[in-house]
Design a protein around this ligand. Structure first.
Ligand code: C2E
Ligand code: CA
Ligand code: CA
Length: 507
């Protein structure tokens, strides 16, 4: 299986993304729940505070009327009837003046001070039964009314059905939690929320839910986590299928062009008599990452059929400009640089413009830029084609007719077209051997070219006999394995720097 890494990565990202969104959603609702729980605890506390307020009013009346038996009885009854109150005391001059307990007792071990804040949490050590209490205090004339509320009732008010959140009562910086004694709150507590009462100086303190919690995800979102996991797997599977589906030759070629895998090779063209380098022909090669260099014979027809020949050739032109500019100072004067163009490209509306831009980008202005037009495919020579090539000829381009002698398009257009030279197809050159009559066809082709006053380049020159024959017939421009095979740019630099002198055998 190829391309497995990308689908796995995509699946992992999808899973992480999905679980993150779920986690945020669960965190948000847990936050809202814990806040609602705190508000619920405040409303529970307010019920207790209402009882204390009501008891305070009774105590005020008693403090006005006097703490006689009737007064004591009324205080005792109020404390007994209000479900959450423990004792009601009236202090005067710091002493217990009247109490709901028989004999005006208090359950506090420490003497109470006057004018204390409205609410006060008293630790277990200061209460006779060893349980903390909340004091609700109101001053009245020279008296102070103190109502004690048992910790158990407060804890009941704080308890909510929410799991994982614990609520505590906070008065000043004293805290009464769901268990244990009163303690002092730390100054800065992370992840702690408060809901303050709007009527009395207390707040409900609670622990905020953590932003990320595996436990919460498993408990509350396990079903959705499994669903996200399955969807991520399905996405990965679909991606694997897509990446591994067999690509069409067009798609493969399109990607190769985009990735810059179509590169120019250069085959030198030499002067067979003088042995000097006269130029190069650019030949496309597919530098395939797995298959190595692929011959143009297998992909040029695909490119021509699919229209990819235009981006392919443009990519080659770009690379050729870069290469030639890099070695501009080393190139011989009037050096020929030939590129093969397919008929469908030449007839495209932007062809002239592309060629002019291509020419303008060369640093060396004396280069002979050759446009090789093949005759192998039937060339539909119409007015437009003739005009296009003639405009380019006028703009300094060299027009070469490739594979001369193999086409079927007739020769009449040679009069209208400004052809600079023809390239004799290698199939004719290949016939030249020691045997008599082997050159008869080539003789005819050369005769025809001469009669049409066309300059000639011979292709596919492989043997000494062929070189000799061509030299005897004054075909000086020669190209073939006898001299050089097509080479990459690095090899071309070496060839140019070595300034080759080709061995010429003159008989
Ligand atoms: P072509 O334009 O006729 O190119 C010459 C072909 O002959 C090249 O084949 C070259 O490698 C080969 N050749 C050169 N010397 C010899 C020799 O001594 N003996 C033999 N047997 N062969 C020799 P290549 O590179 O495989 O190209 C094949 C054809 O593909 C080219 O024929 C051309 O028609 C086409 N082609 C190549 N590159 C391009 C391109 O960039 N655009 C277009 N449109 N066609 C291209
Ligand atoms: Ca050619
Ligand atoms: Ca050719």
């Amino acid at each position: 299986m190829r391309n497995l890494l990308l689908p796995v990565l995509v699946a992992a990202l999808l899973f992480i993304f999905g679980v993150s969104i779920l986690n945020v959603q669960l965190w948000y609702s847990a936050k809202n729940d814990s806040l609602a729980g705190a508000r619920y605890a405040v409303s529970n506390m307010n019920v207790i505070m209402d009882e204390a307020r009501h008891a305070s009013e009774i105590a005020r009346d008693i403090s006005l009327k006097g703490c006689d038996r009737e007064g004591q009885y009324r205080l005792g009854t109020e404390a007994a009837l209000q479900p959450h109150l423990r004792t009601i005391l009236i202090l005067q001059h710091g002493e217990t003046w009247c109490s709901s307990l028989p004999g005006n007792r208090t359950l506090l071990t420490e003497p109470l001070r006057m004018r204390e804040p409205v609410l006060q949490l008293v630790p277990a050590s200061q209460v006779v039964n060893g349980r903390p209490v909340l004091l609700y205090q109101t001053p009245f004339a020279a008296s102070q009314i103190v109502i004690t509320i048992s910790d158990q009732h407060i804890r009941d008010a704080l308890s909510t059905p929410l799991k994982g959140v614990s609520y505590a009562l906070m008065v000043g910086n004293a805290v009464l939690g769901p268990t244990g004694d009163i303690h002092l709150a730390e100054k800065k507590e992370p992840n702690v929320g408060y809901v303050a009462s709007t009527t009395l100086p207390y707040a409900i303190r609670f622990n905020q839910p953590p932003i990320f919690s595996v436990h919460r995800l498993i408990k509350q979102g396990m079903g959705i986590v499994i669903f996200i996991f399955l969807m991520s797997c399905i996405a990965a599977y679909a991606l694997v299928k897509y990446l591994n589906k067999s690509t069409t030759p067009e798609e493969a070629l399109r990607r190769a062009i985009m990735k810059g895998e179509i590169v120019p090779f250069y085959q030198p063209v030499v002067n067979g008599k003088e042995g000097t380098l006269r130029g190069v022909e650019v030949l496309a090669r597919w530098k395939h990452p797995k298959a190595g260099y692929i011959s143009p014979a297998s992909f040029i027809p695909v490119a021509e059929k699919s229209g990819l020949i235009i981006p392919l050739t443009k990519s080659l032109m770009e690379q050729v400009v870069t290469h030639m500019n890099a070695i501009a100072s080393k190139l011989p004067e009037g050096f020929h640089v030939g590129i093969n163009f397919s008929a469908s490209h030449i007839t495209s509306p932007t062809f002239v413009e592309e060629c002019l831009k291509y020419k303008a980008r060369f640093h060396r202005k004396d280069l002979n830029l050759v446009l090789e037009v093949t005759e192998r495919e039937p060339l539909h020579v119409d007015e437009h084609l003739v005009k296009t090539l003639n405009v380019l000829h006028e703009n300094g381009f060299v027009i070469a007719l490739d594979d001369f002698g193999t086409g079927y398009s007739g020769l009449s257009y040679l009069h209208d077209l400004h052809i600079d030279y023809i390239k004799i197809d290698q199939s004719f050159v290949a016939r030249v051997s020691m045997e008599e009559d082997s050159t008869r066809i080539l003789d005819c082709v050369l005769d025809l070219a001469r009669k049409l006053s066309l300059s000639i380049v011979a292709e596919g020159v492989e043997t000494k006999e062929q070189v000799d024959y061509l030299n005897r017939n004054d075909i000086t421009f020669q190209q073939g394995y006898y001299f050089f095979k097509p080479v990459n740019f690095t090899e071309l630099i070496k060839i140019i720097l070595s300034k080759p002198k080709v061995k010429v055998i003159v008989e």
